[in-house]
Write a protein that binds this ligand. Structure first.
Ligand code: NAI
Length: 358
């Protein structure tokens, strides 16, 4: 059996740090295990274009492993050429780089390591909210420059206490963000989701559900985006919706870059309509050098907390998603039942509603 994995190059860092399991060098720690059973294991980062290693080996691979961090885009067209493909495993959470409708049509299963990095992301969200609200980045840059001007940075620094924070999507990550924000004594915690939080999950949180999206964003000082990317969320935060945000609100997006309109966000930050935008996900990854989100600033010289896609790939998370990927593969090889929460597309049908109500 051929197993094809598309991972990112870890280079020197991966050679020095074997716990960087999600890299081409460290191969999710599975090479010996797979080879000892006689399977062929191809690992590459070369994923674009017809002559890429990815497309070359996809033609006869039975299992494809990809990650959201360096996504191997599995389009309908490619799936049609992948005659032997039975199962796609996402080492992590978020399978929007796979054409899920095409997977349904071709009876190719899609599984994720659900929950493997949700704490890692939720912690990053809380950090990102704080660094925007407290105007941290410009203050630190000032120190590195050798300057010292307190009012220059304090004039756009606030407390999180007494602010209204809302999560767009209150699933595993959104819920954990709300839990972590509780001790900050925010004025209110809000959420917008298809589903109501179960009573047990909302106990002690008292998060209020807002059912209309415009109404939701108009009430929030901070909006954190925690939904998967699908037809219903692509480009959701656009020029039109941004007009309904509170003037000077902050946005944190660690879900998927394409949920936000790139240029509309940059314009809103540059004009000060939005006081800041932070996150680790981009509409194209790796983000081009001249991507406007790298350098956009609000009129007071701050409001940008962008980093590469790494919130869900801490060393702790890499261990969990590498172990989870191996378990899914082992279940597949032994014909065992998969963990239901990990199944995005079962054989010929969606197994989750998280990628849109179907
Ligand atoms: P989840 O499936 O537990 O929760 C997603 C929630 O979004 C569900 O409650 C669902 O009902 C809701 N939802 C879906 N579409 C919606 C819409 N149009 N409007 C309102 N709510 C909607 O997923 P989880 O684990 O919380 O992850 C969410 C996303 O975060 C992933 O799909 C992935 O894109 C992203 N992620 C990013 C990572 C990173 O490293 N930056 C790592 C892990 C996940």
């Amino acid at each position: 059996m051929k197993v094809l994995a598309v991972l990112y190059k870890g280079l020197e860092a991966a050679r020095q740090e074997p716990r960087l399991l999600g890299t081409v060098e460290n191969q999710l720690g599975m090479r010996n295990w797979l080879q000892s059973m006689g399977h062929e294991y191809i690992v590459t980062d070369d994923k674009e274009g017809a002559s890429s290693e990815f497309q070359k080996h996809l033609k006869d691979a039975e299992v494809v492993i990809t990650t959201p961090f360096h996504p191997g885009y599995l389009t309908r067209d490619l799936m049609e050429k992948a005659k032997n493909l039975k199962i796609c495993i996402t080492a992590g959470v978020g399978s929007d780089h796979i054409d899920l409708d095409a997977a349904v049509d071709h009876k190719i299963q899609v599984l994720e390591v659900t929950g493997s990095n949700v704490v890692s992301v939720a912690e990053h969200v809380v950090m990102s909210i704080l660094l925007l609200v407290r105007n941290f980045t410009p203050a630190h840059e000032m120190i590195e420059r050798g300057d010292w001007n307190v009012s220059e940075v304090a004039r756009n620094a606030f407390d999180l206490e007494n602010k209204v924070v809302g999560t767009l999507g209150a699933g595993r990550i959104g819920h954990r963000v709300l839990q972590r924000l509780k001790p900050f004594n925010c004025k209110e915690l809000l959420y917008y989701d298809y589903a109501t939080l179960p009573e047990s999950a909302n106990a002690g949180l008292d998060a209020r559900r807002v059912e209309d999206l415009k109404d939701f964003v108009s009430q929030c000082d901070v909006v954190t985006i925690n939904t998967p990317l699908h037809d219903g969320t692509r480009g959701l935060i656009n020029r039109d919706l941004l007009q309904h945000f509170k003037p000077g609100a902050w946005i944190v997006n660690t879900a998927r870059g394409a949920i936000c309109d790139k240029d509309a966000i940059a314009e809103a930050v540059r004009s000060g309509r939005i006081n800041g935008y932070s996150g680790d996900v981009w509409n194209v990854q790796p983000a081009p050098k001249d991507h406007v989100w790298r350098t956009m600033k609000n009129p007071l010289g701050g409001g940008n907390g962008m980093v590469p896609h790494y919130s869900g790939t801490t060393l702790d998370a890499q261990k969990r998603y590498a172990d989870g990927t191996r378990q899914i593969l082992q279940n597949y090889l032994e014909g065992k039942q998969q963990e239901p929460a990990n199944i995005i597309v079962g054989e010929g049908k969606y197994a989750t509603k998280a990628y849109g109500q179907r």
